[in-house]
Design a protein around this ligand. Structure first.
Ligand SMILES: Cc1cc2nc3c(=O)[nH]c(=O)nc-3n(C[C@H](O)[C@H](O)[C@H](O)COP(=O)(O)O)c2cc1C
Length: 178
């Protein structure tokens, strides 16, 4: 169609996604929290093993301790809630020889942040934290790991306008050969 750009048909949640690092005090309703956790539950995983555990935290004291374990990132304490995405299996390898858990858990995280975005809830994926401290705070069992934290909340009004640049599509795609 004349004048139509393929980006017109992108999901708005994808087209407009940006990380949110400052949140309003307004709490996110439990129904919405549950919908975000449910989105993670519905994510695909290798052999449908679903090797995950989603620990959600609304408690201010625990959020503050997680913030300290994440080297003081203030959006963690400010968030309405935080989800720690953990793996229940650190050993399983897929037929390609690669570990499945970082991939499986990333799909769950993607589903969650898209569901959040569609309900107006902002998010920030966090991997900059001291894992041993997070394990202690959340009483993570031996051999299980928290792969990321995600802070969630309603974005404060003053957010950076600009979406961060992505590499142009033609520099990251190729047809038939690498
Ligand atoms: C695996 C991963 C780890 C990240 N860790 C952090 C983090 O520890 N702290 C933080 O503020 N942002 C973190 N981010 C957010 C990225 O910095 C952000 O997605 C990236 O700069 C692009 O910006 P945008 O999401 O606004 O487009 C992380 C994102 C991903 C996917």
């Amino acid at each position: 169609m004349v004048g139509q750009d393929f980006t017109d048909i992108l999901l708005p949640e994808i087209k407009n996604y940006k990380t949110i690092r400052s949140f309003k005090e307004e709490p996110v309703d439990d129904n919405i929290i549950n919908s975000i956790l449910e989105a993670g539950r519905r994510a695909p995983s290798a052999k449908n093993r679903q090797p995950w555990r989603f620990v959600y935290i609304k408690d201010q004291g625990v959020k503050d301790r997680l913030q300290a374990a994440a080297y003081g990132q203030e959006h963690i304490g400010e968030a309405s809630f935080v989800v720690a995405i953990g793996t229940t299996n650190v050993d399983y390898k897929m037929p390609n020889g690669q570990l499945s858990y970082p991939i499986d858990l990333s799909f769950a995280a993607s589903f969650m942040i898209m569901q959040a975005t569609s309900t107006g809830v902002g998010s920030c994926v966090v991997t900059t934290y001291n894992e041993a401290e997070v394990n202690e705070i959340l009483t993570v069992p031996y051999k299980m790991r928290i792969v990321m934290l995600i802070s969630f909340g309603y974005p404060k009004d003053e957010q950076p306008e600009r979406l961060l640049e992505r590499k142009p599509l033609n520099t990251i795609t190729s047809q038939k050969h690498w």
